[in-house]
Design a protein. Structure first.
Lengths: 376, 216, 422
């Protein structure tokens, strides 16, 4: 009997069984261990055991200078590395009071939206794979390859691409960048339409996702859910619109909002977000102003003045925040990463109680968690 | 398109001469200022809080245009409950709950930081409270469900306990671990060797020498 | 016509100079010839099963925009050889507290049950089948029920929670869908008036029609139930990777696993073959008897080829479906079987019987001993009513039964309310 499921919970009945979806399991996205109390196939209780990927990133960051910390952020949410990098450099820039040139802002927005597309494609692939639609998995990865090729051409790395520097970007777009992104943008909507044909009206998909893992808007806000999962429960809130950063206030895009807060709505919201991300990319490509990509007054040695700052961005998974407490030196006194997946995963328990075991897999998939971020 | 302006400050050291040829230059120590701190006692929210709680609100500042309140420990729960339930911007979301360890403040080294957010009014607020070594605060899991795992993480990494928490146990580190890593006195390169040896059966290997035949 | 029923050794073989007057004709007819048939059939089916694994991988690859195995041999044609060899040389693991004897026997039971059913399937006319027993269809289903036993024993003997769960789910699923298969086939039986499989094909040949035209609903029910019976996607929850790792055969590796695997693919072949026999006309193709002389060796060989082609088409449908749709959850699977397919099959039988009697009263169908004779108007009547009466009435009835089921009232994607706030 696992020791992690019993501190204040009552003892199990004779009818109940404890099942361990262990850290090595094809459907828990990363090293997540979920201990379930089952009554037949119905889940009566659930506990998540995290920490298998804990690397002490926050502690390490207290011993690194500010520019050296940026690559660590890529490794937290390794699927959407550029968004994490963006959050960090923006925090430092705002704490220092730097002005970022427009060209850098537009490029950042394009790259972050491409990252959002790549992250959502991976979410679609793994979610569909868990529910059994294997073909969508391979098709989504085919599209994702194109995005990763663009990243490789730009940064030199596909996944953990230390994308942004404090003060802007380290180099401007390469020569074929606009053309490649435009080609991708032209092809992507038809692929998205293919995925929707496979899944949207598919009776089996609807049976597996409609009404599964419902969470109401208030409960979602209370448990700290953010990102597409919150929007699927009917709350219209997106940091890109609520507290605009970079040049989002100049771009025209919509925010999809769901109604019922079940797995199907989370799926629909993310599919629509992919479309909107493409829209942002196309607009931003047209609006690239040219010019410098690095702020003028960035010193060689970065020292953040004494004080504290909290900044958050809309990462593909939710609200990714960085809280920085500085004592005036070259290394932070405390760097805290607010991981969206941690708070999203907390909602798993109330979403799954009462559902069948097979639904837990679907719900974990629809929450879109990545363990690198949860465990740091 | 690369322009001259693009060659901004090179953030790496200048490598045109080998390090042994140029003596280390002593850079003048520029005084590092602090972020702009402005008192905000005239904000309506702060005013209503001060009316209700008086001296419990120790400081109310706007640090780099973010609103921060430092409060006293014994009124913390009432203040948070007031903000959650009755205050005018209704703070229905707990964005983050974390702690900072300031070992140089010998009387109250731990600072618990609550980032709360009013979703409908888009109003961010930070509440801080300073705690001594063994002091505890009441949990806010009753106010925001999000606090459950966040407080567990603070307990796990700092050792600060929360009263009446439904399930206070370690979350990121394994259950039998001793020590609280994010405290400043916990060394960077260190693990709880006793736990590791007992649970993973990994012995501390000798640092030198030839290991052939030594692995069982 | 009666030549087609002959199961003795063909005349050209028994009259040939090598064998004529050298072997007792009874020994030839009842021992040597069937033995040859059995050996040929086993070799062919085992090779077919091996290459079906390759075909599945290729089909799945093409659906998923990739190439599939193409390294081992030209176009990957030696891949099954490599796979088989790999499975044979693997370590034979038995879990710690497993029941050794039962663990060893379970895959053998599955395999034997699958192979025995091959004996009564009419692969071709005349000597293209091994034995034409009178209760052919019943025989096949009783034997494949024994295969369920193999699965239960395999899951139990593995001494693992996951395997047990998988075996129980699997067996419950197979038993439920066997009911549906049986009921679906009864609709076809009304037109063939026999259970012997070869005679069914002959009845369709005599009527110059494939029974699927008279019984489209029954064919659909049969196909879906057949997929569920053999634990194929979308009904493969018992072996779903993302939930139970591999279900009842989690703990099997190496040769024992390959036995389960062969049993599963042989079951697919049997389900397809029976579907082809009953609904798609078996080896009967309308123009075949004009091309080749009925009774000759070429005729029989071509009939075997026709049967093989039709079976391959149904097998392709099996593969195609696996990679196109997600997986059903277990309770939805059982609900589909009991609340949708079985009532539909029962309704189909009832309505077909009523229409049949009406047609008989109207003189459109005349029962002539063992055979039916249907007038042209009778054909039109039967085909028309199948589509206009049977299917709509069944659909309405299913709606009434399942009205309060959650899955019946699923909504489809509506455009999400966007917010255009600034």
């Amino acid at each position: 009997m696992s020791e992690t499921i019993d501190i204040t919970r009552p003892e199990i009945d004779a009818n109940e069984m404890i099942l361990n979806m262990g850290p090595q399991h094809p459907a828990t996205h990363g090293v997540l261990r979920v201990v379930l109390k089952l009554d037949g196939e119905i889940v009566t209780d659930l506990d998540c055991d995290i920490g298998y990927l804990h690397r002490g990133v926050e502690k390490i960051c207290e011993h690194r200078t500010y520019p050296m910390i940026a690559p660590y952020f890529d490794r937290t949410d390794y699927i959407a590395a550029a968004s994490n990098g963006l959050c960090y450099v923006e925090t430092i820039e705002k704490a220092l009071g730097l002005e970022i040139p427009l060209q850098a802002q537009y490029l950042r927005v394009i790259l972050v939206e491409l990252t959002r597309l790549s992250s959502h494609l991976l979410w679609l692939a793994t979610h569909a794979l868990d529910i059994g639609a294997v073909t969508v998995f391979l098709w989504a990865f085919k599209e994702r390859e194109e995005i990763l090729k663009i990243f490789e051409n730009f940064f030199g790395a596909r996944l953990t691409c230390h994308a942004f520097r404090i003060g802007g970007m380290s180099y401007d777009a390469y020569d074929g960048f606009e053309a490649e992104v435009k080609t991708f943008a032209k092809r992507f909507p038809s692929s998205l339409a293919e995925y929707e044909t496979m899944l949207n009206s598919n009776r089996i998909w609807l049976s597996r996702t409609v009404g599964v893992g419902i969470i109401s808007g208030e409960a979602a806000i209370d448990i700290g859910l953010t990102g597409p999962a919150l929007r699927a429960s009917g709350i219209e809130w997106d940091i890109r619109k609520a507290h605009p950063y970079e040049c989002y206030s100049e771009l025209d895009f919509d925010i999809p909002v769901g109604e019922n807060g079940d797995t199907y709505d989370r799926y629909l919201v993310r599919m629509e977000e992919m479309r909107q991300a493409l829209r942002i990319i196309v607009q931003a490509l047209d609006k690239l102003p040219g010019g410098p990509v690095m702020a003028a007054k960035v010193s060689k040695v970065i020292k953040v003045p004494v004080g504290e700052y909290y900044h958050s961005v809309e990462a593909p998974k939710g609200e990714l925040g960085v809280y920085l407490a500085s004592d005036g030196g070259t290394q932070p006194a405390r760097l805290r990463i607010r991981p969206p997946s941690l708070l999203n995963l907390q909602a798993l328990r109330q979403m799954s109680i009462g559902h069948l075991y097979a639904d837990v897999v679907a719900i974990i998939g629809s929450l879109d968690i990545v363990l690198g971020e949860i465990d740091r | 398109m690369p322009t001259e302006d693009n060659k901004a400050e090179d953030l790496t050291t200048n490598t045109s001469k080998s390090p042994s040829e140029t003596p280390a230059k002593k850079l003048p120590r520029r005084p590092v200022g602090s972020m702009s701190i402005v008192e905000i006692t005239s904000e309506p929210l702060v005013k209503s809080l001060q009316e209700k709680f008086g001296t419990a609100i120790l400081e109310a500042n706007e640090i780099n245009s973010q609103k921060v309140l430092t409060v006293e420990k014994n009124k913390l729960y009432e203040i948070l409950s007031y903000l959650r339930n009755e205050a005018n911007p209704n703070f229905n979301m707990l964005t983050d709950l974390t702690a900072v360890h300031w070992p140089e403040r010998t009387d109250k080294p731990f600072e618990i930081v609550y980032q709360i957010y009013a979703l409908n009014e888009k109003y961010r607020l930070r509440i801080k409270v300073n705690l001594a070594e063994e002091e505890t605060v009441k949990t806010v899991t009753g106010l925001w469900g999000a606090a459950n795992w966040l407080e567990r993480e603070v307990y796990d990494l700092f050792g600060v306990r929360f009263d009446e928490h439904p399930d206070l146990r370690r979350i990121l580190l394994p259950n039998g671990w001793s020590g609280h890593p994010l405290r400043k006195e916990y060394p960077l390169v260190y693990k709880d060797n006793e736990w590791v040896e007992q649970n993973l059966q990994i012995r501390q290997l000798p640092l030198d020498g030839d290991f052939t035949g030594k692995f069982e | 016509m009666l030549n087609y029923l002959a199961l003795s050794a063909p005349k050209w073989l028994s009259d040939s100079p090598i064998l004529h007057n050298r072997i007792d004709p009874d020994v030839l007819d009842y021992f040597l010839w069937p033995l040859t048939q059995i050996v040929v059939l086993l070799v062919v089916v085992l090779t077919l099963v091996a290459y079906l694994t390759l075909a599945e991988r290729k089909v799945s690859a093409w659906i998923q925009a990739r190439l599939g195995p193409n390294r081992v041999g030209p176009l990957g044609l030696l891949q099954p050889l490599a796979d088989g060899l790999k499975l044979l040389i693997k370590e034979d693991l038995i879990p710690l507290n497993a029941d050794k004897i039962v663990f060893a026997i379970a895959p053998i039971i599955s395999l034997v049950a699958a192979f025995v059913a091959l004996a009564v399937i009419p692969w071709g006319a005349a000597w293209g089948m091994i034995s034409n027993i009178d209760i052919g269809l019943l025989f096949i289903f009783s034997v494949s029920s024994v295969g369920v036993l193999g699965i239960i024993l395999g899951g139990w003997a593995s001494n693992s929670k996951y395997s047990l769960l998988g075996a129980l789910r699997s067996s419950a699923q197979m038993v439920s869908y066997e009911v549906a298969i049986g009921l679906a086939l009864i609709g076809g039986l009304m037109f063939t008036k026999t259970l012997a499989l070869q005679d069914m094909v002959l009845a369709q040949a005599r009527l110059h029609i494939w029974i699927i035209v008279f019984q489209p609903l029954a064919f659909l029910i049969y196909l879906i139930s057949g997929i569920a019976e053999t634990n194929r996607a979308p009904f493969d929850l018992p072996e779903a990777e993302s939930e139970l790792v591999a279900g009842f055969h989690t703990e099997y590796s190496g040769f024992r696993f390959s036995l389960f695997f062969i049993a599963e693919y042989t079951n697919i072949v049997i389900v397809s073959a029976v579907g082809v026999t009953v609904f798609l006309g078996g080896w009967y193709l309308p123009g075949l008897s004009y091309i080749f002389e009925p009774g000759s060796a070429l005729f029989v060989l071509s009939s075997i080829a026709v049967f093989a082609a039709k079976t391959l088409v149904l097998l392709y449908v099996f593969f195609w479906l696996r990679w196109s749709v997600p997986r059903y959850r277990y309770d939805q699977l059982m609900e589909l079987g009991w609340k949708w397919l079985i009532p539909a099959a029962l309704a189909n039988i009832l309505l077909t019987a009523i229409l049949f009697v009406i047609a008989q009263q109207l003189g459109l169908i005349v029962s002539n001993g063992n055979f039916l004779e249907i007038t042209k108007l009778g054909y039109v009547f039967l085909i028309g009513t199948a589509f206009i009466i049977t299917i709509p009435i069944t659909w309405i009835m299913l709606g009434q039964i399942n009205q309060r089921s959650r899955d019946f009232n699923l909504y489809e994607a509506k455009p999400l309310p966007m917010n255009r706030k600034k």
